[in-house]
Write a protein that binds this ligand. Structure first.
Ligand code: UD1
Ligand code: CA
Length: 493
């Protein structure tokens, strides 16, 4: 049986945060979430325990959400990593076999590395296996002390180390595998005779080595995997490393990332090949990007499904679906519940919420579409507002298929515009428009001739008007045909 214990009772004082350190976010998961995910692939129905302390309620709540099968064990007082593991094992007296122990603050540890560590441990029938790394700057880490033959001898914390030991650059990563019985036995013998007065988990390994038990110190080929974060600047450093790692993987699988330094993709996001990610793009949560879709520049997608061949430019979108070959932006805001059909368009300065657009439907300019359904191949005129809120309730409006609505319309919900209907520019539509009808609601236009010359005489406008009238031989200019919505009402009369 393989079991996992994750140590997460520390406060992380230097984060200066009301959120416990292990709950800080890092590209799609919390620090703790990353550690749990690294341990997940090789679990075989064993126990997973997380030791919580500082901010314990918050950590328990988070675990209930992301890993409900995990047992949270409370360490009321922070008395060291050995003490934390002891408490976890006391809470699970039946636990046997392999025990993986992970510090909760090493989120860059790869699942593959951890799996290799477990396999090495089991293949060597070791009592304890520790993941180590050779680093340029070992400050703050426990040092791996080896004997003349190069065999593991002990882990010495920096505060307890001699100057010679401090010079060692092989460090303890905080990821271990133990044989349960050996671990239990030595945890019972830990002392607090060290600079911090704590029970050190690391001493268990030294004691086992001294007793002649088989120990493996397994060096990680990639030292960045062992990095932790003690403050927000270090956390930002980890985030940049993880960003590069994620971007490299997607580029290797056929995604074009134009500027990897400004592309931030959560570990939970999925992309298909030939997707193009332009500079300054954030893809978060349960977002997925279809084949050949072009995203960005300057776009954030949170829990958004983008179909193949879609284009999304300078857009902020949350909990929405963008259909195949649809076009969004520049400068669009898609709020939750937006569903855009194949080849539909949400254009410039358009906001949507709980809006459904059928195939080929278009809302090209300057509009708010809240709580509305727009049928296939319908075009919504510029500067349209779906008036969905009467101050008390939100209500839906429906526009049918192949409709043409005029510019600057208000659709006061609930209202229904039938298939193939038109509405005139500037209309406030409060009553249903039957299929094929033209909905018009506006005052007739009246021109007061000569008003400017009388009321603004001597002004530039008056002079321009006079010149135009003289040039036309005193005849009045009526102008050409206007937009569709402008001419049709006159045709009606
Ligand atoms: C520990 C190791 C050190 C190693 C380093 C790697 C020990 C004694 N030292 O040092 O050799 O190089 O990790 O990052 O283990 N925790 C508890 N309860 C406690 C104390 C700690 O749950 O009473 C948790 C912390 O929340 C943290 C983890 O254990 O997630 C490690 O504790 P931390 O204080 O960060 O240990 P380090 O001093 O970094
Ligand atoms: Ca640490």
């Amino acid at each position: 049986m393989r079991n996992v214990i994750i140590l997460a009772a520390g406060e992380g004082k230097r984060m200066k945060s009301s959120v416990p350190k292990v709950l800080h976010p890092l590209l799609g998961r919390t620090l703790l979430g990353h550690v749990l995910a690294a341990a997940e692939p090789f679990l075989d129905h064993g126990t997973v325990a997380v030791v919580v302390g500082h901010g314990g309620d918050q950590v328990r709540e988070h675990l209930a959400e992301v890993a409900p099968e995990v047992v949270a064990v409370t360490q009321a007082e922070r008395r060291g990593t050995g003490h934390a593991v002891r408490i976890a094992l006391e809470a699970a007296p039946e636990l046997t076999g392999t025990v993986v122990v992970l510090n909760g603050d090493i989120p860059l540890l790869r699942p593959d590395t951890l799996a290799a560590l477990v396999h090495t441990h089991e293949a060597w029938k070791a009592s304890a296996t520790v993941l180590t790394a050779e680093v340029a700057d070992p400050t703050g880490f426990g040092r791996i002390v080896r004997n003349r033959g190069g065999e593991f001898s002990a882990i010495v914390e920096e505060r307890d180390a001699t100057p010679a030991q401090r010079a060692i650059r092989e460090i303890n990563s905080g990821a271990y595998v133990f044989e349960a019985a050996a671990l239990r036995e030595m945890l019972g013998k830990l002392s607090t005779d060290n600079e911090q007065g704590e029970e050190y988990l690391t001493d268990v390994i030294g004691m086992l080595a001294a007793a002649g038990a088989p120990i493996v110190a397994h060096r990680s080929p990639d030292a960045t995997e062992t990095l932790g974060a003690n403050d927000r600047a270090e956390l930002a450093g980890l985030r940049a490393i993880m960003r590069d790692r994620i971007n490299d993987e997607w580029m290797r699988s056929g995604v074009a990332i134009i500027d990897p330094a400004t592309t931030w993709i959560d570990v939970t996001v999925r992309l298909e090949r030939d997707a193009v990610i332009e500079p300054n793009v954030h893809l978060r949560g349960a977002t997925s990007i279809g084949e050949g879709a072009v995203i960005g520049p300057d776009t954030s997608l949170i829990d958004v499904v983008v179909g193949p061949g879609a284009a999304v430019v300078r857009t902020h979108a949350v909990s929405s679906e963008i259909g195949p070959q649809a076009s969004v932006g520049p400068f669009a805001y898609l709020r939750p519940g937006t569903q855009l059909g194949r080849k539909s368009k949400v254009g410039t300065f358009v906001e949507t919420k709980a809006a459904t657009l059928g195939e080929g439907a278009k809302v090209p300019h300057l509009s708010y579409v809240g709580d509305a359904t727009i049928g296939e191949h319908t075009n919504i005129g510029a500067a349209t507002v779906f008036v969905n809120y009467d101050g008390v309730r939100k209500q839906r409006s429906v526009i049918g298929a192949h409709a043409r609505t005029g510019a600057d319309n208000m659709f006061v919900a609930p209202v229904h515009v039938g298939d193939g209907a038109y509405t005139a520019a500037g209309s406030v539509i409060i009553k249903d428009v039957p299929p094929g009808a033209l909905g018009v609601s506006r005052a007739p236009q009246r021109n007061i001739e000569g008003w400017v010359e009388r009321k603004r005489s001597g002004s530039a406008a008056a002079q321009a008007a006079r010149a135009a009238l003289d040039a036309a031989g005193g005849e009045e200019e009526h102008g050409g045909a206007g937009q569709v919505g402008e001419t049709l009402p006159r045709d009606e009369q």
